[in-house]
Every structure is written in C-alpha cells, then in structure tokens.
Design a protein around this ligand. Structure first.
Ligand code: NAP
Length: 322
C-alpha cells in the first residue's frame, strides 16, 4: 500500500511517499481503509524531531476517517464496513490503510463526510476537553476563542455556541473573519489589530470574559490575564515559545491558567468526549469545516500550509489518486 514514511527527522521534505506492506490488525485492533487524513500541527512537531515518541522509520498521523476492513482478534463490538474516524492509530494515519486500537475508533454518523471525519480526532476532542473538562464552561458565560479560524478554534466555536455561551472568536484575515462569524461566533475580532482588547472590553461592558481558549500563549498569555472577568480561566492549548506574565493579574481576578495536553486525557474522559461529539455531529450542531483537501503525495506541502497564517478550518489529505 502507499504510505508516507519518515526515515529521519527534519523539514517537510522528509515526508516521502513509498510502498509498505498493508498492516494486519493485532488483537484488540481494527484495520481501516483510509479515505481522509487530518493534518495537525503536532504532526509537524513530531516530524521535525522536537517531540518525544517518534521511533524511526514511521508513518505519521493520528487522525483519519474511513471504513473498517478487518477486525482483529477479540473485537466484537464493531462491524466490517462501518464508517469510522480515529483518535489514534498504531501504524500511522498517512497511508491507504491503518491499524488502530478499537478504543480509538469511533462511529462516524452518515451525515458527516470522511474529510469532515478526519477533522475530529485531535481538533474537536481538544476543543471539547478545553471547554468542558478543563475550563468547565457554562451556558451564559463569555468565551474568547483566541485563534478561532483553525482546526481547534472552529470546533470550539461550534461547541460553545451549541452550549449557550457568548462567543468571541479571533482571526487575522478577512476570510477567517467571515468563517468564524458563519461558524457561530457572536463577535469576531482581529488578533493582529492593536486595539482588539479594547474592543473585547467594550463588547463585555468592561467585565471581561470568563474563559479564554488560547492557541498561541507565547504571544497572548500576558494580555489574556488582563481580559479575564473575576474567576476567569485561561486554557493554554497552543504555545510555541516563552512569555513573561504578571502573576498579580491572576490574583486580582482569582483567575486560573490551565495547561492541557489531549494526550493526557484518560480513557474514561475520551469516551465521554467522543460520545458528546457523536451527539453533536448527529444533531447537526457540529459541522467540521474542511478548508483544503490535498493528495497524500502532497503531505510535505500540507505540513508547510498547516503552520502558515490564514488558517481556514482543517487541512485534509486524501489517499486516492496519490
Ligand atoms: P491551525 O488550524 O493551524 O489554527 C491556528 C490558529 O491560531 C488559527 O486560528 C490562527 O488564526 C490562530 N493564530 C495565529 N496567530 C495567532 C495569534 N497571534 N493569536 C491568536 N491566534 C492566532 O491549528 P490548530 O489545529 O487549530 O491548533 C492550534 C494550536 O493548538 C497549535 O499550536 C497546536 O499545536 C495546538 N494544539 C494543542 C493541543 C493540546 O493537546 N494541547 C491539541 C491540538 C492542537 P489566523 O490564521 O486566522 O491568524
């Protein structure tokens, strides 16, 4: 089968399309015929060698959607032919077929395409965990999704809107602004504008927001602390460097900063997350946005694109036609 292989850490050019044997599912695993693959920023961090857990050579990727082709020993609760998405794979998602532990394989409702299914595993689960398991956001609260135009941000806006929060989203482009608004944000601010924090204070009548989901903490965390209402919570989802903060800004507001890594979520937490996502997908409140579909052979271009400004939903790779 065709698969992207990484034989050495490095830039996007180390992602090479090659032929490898089709995997067979081990005990407790299923084999998936992959129809779409989600490209996540974390795939680029692992590829560059700045992240633990990559034993060379390997096939990248955790998120894909497709059809179950074979069941491993001891898997009884799933059916061959079922439409599914993954929140992890054993053999890597950037391929025509992938083996995955059954507990990381979830039913994909009929109304959701495979490309949309590939946007779920990391982005939607991260957004859900940040909002409800970390920040414990409640209906009626004010939320700032700082970086609302990308994979995690679009998911967070949809989840929060459906849960009755007042949602402010940020982006840096006109296309992003339109997307974030159409996606359900009540207000959209431009995070590259000098006065977006004054705008936010005006929108909240000087009170600030209860929750901030932060996609780039090394740029925004110090300012975030000044935008919080009393008892406010910031969840640090993304950060690509250091930042100096004034701890007094947390004291004055009795505020909390929560770091999070989806990979730390327990099986029980993940079961709850994916059950909630299924319900939202089925009832139409969750509608993953696929901004770009590219052939699997162009994985290296996708790794460049996912780190560029001007995010627009999810970038997805498609194995057919590679
Ligand atoms: P993405 O699709 O590339 O989106 C990136 C988002 O960040 C876009 O909305 C972008 O807005 C926004 N952004 C860029 N500069 C910003 C700034 N100065 N202030 C606020 N927002 C800014 O990436 P993603 O998949 O949504 O992931 C977002 C971040 O979370 C990444 O760093 C990723 O590694 C991290 N992440 C962490 C976890 C975890 O478990 N902790 C899980 C998933 C993702 P514009 O392009 O419109 O400017």
């Amino acid at each position: 089968m065709k698969s992207i292989r990484v034989t050495q850490p490095g830039g996007p050019e180390v992602l090479k399309l090659g032929e490898v044997p089709k995997p067979s599912p081990g005990p407790g695993q299923v084999l998936i015929e992959v129809r779409a693959i989600g490209v996540n920023p974390v795939d680029t961090y692992i590829r560059s060698g700045n992240y633990p857990n990559a034993t060379l050579p390997y096939t990248p990727g955790r998120d894909c959607a497709g059809i179950i082709q074979e069941l491993g020993e001891g898997v009884h609760e799933m059916k061959v032919g079922a439409r599914v998405y993954t929140s992890g794979t054993v053999t890597g998602a950037y391929a025509e077929f992938a083996s995955a532990e059954a507990k990381t394989v979830h039913a994909l409702p009929e109304n959701i395409s495979f490309a949309q299914g590939a946007a779920l595993g990391i982005p939607y689960a991260t957004a859900y965990r940040a909002l409800f398991q970390k920040a414990k956001a409640r209906a009626g609260e004010w939320l700032l999704v700082h970086g609302a135009s990308g994979g995690v941000g679009t998911a967070a806006v949809q989840l929060a809107r459906a849960a009755g929060l007042n949602v402010i989203g940020t982006t840096s482009t006109a296309e992003g602004e339109k997307l974030v608004r159409e996606n359900g944000a009540h207000y959209v601010l431009n995070h590259s504008s000098a006065n977006y924090s004054e705008e936010l204070m005006r929108l909240t009548a000087g009170r600030g927001v209860d929750v901030i989901l932060e996609m780039l903490a090394n740029v925004n965390l110090a300012k975030d602390l000044t935008l919080l209402a009393k008892f406010g919570r910031v969840v640090v989802i993304g950060s690509r460097g250091k930042i100096e903060i004034n701890p007094r800004d947390t004291m004055a507001r009795d505020a909390s900063i929560h770091g999070m890594m989806l990979f730390s979520a327990s099986d029980e937490d993940l079961k709850s997350i994916h059950s909630a996502l299924f319900a939202g997908l089925e009832n139409g409140t969750l509608r993953p946005i696929v901004g770009k579909e590219m052939p699997l052979a162009e994985a290296s271009k996708a790794h460049v694109a996912v780190l560029e400004p001007g995010a627009y939903g999810k970038i997805v790779l498609v194995p057919q036609g590679s």
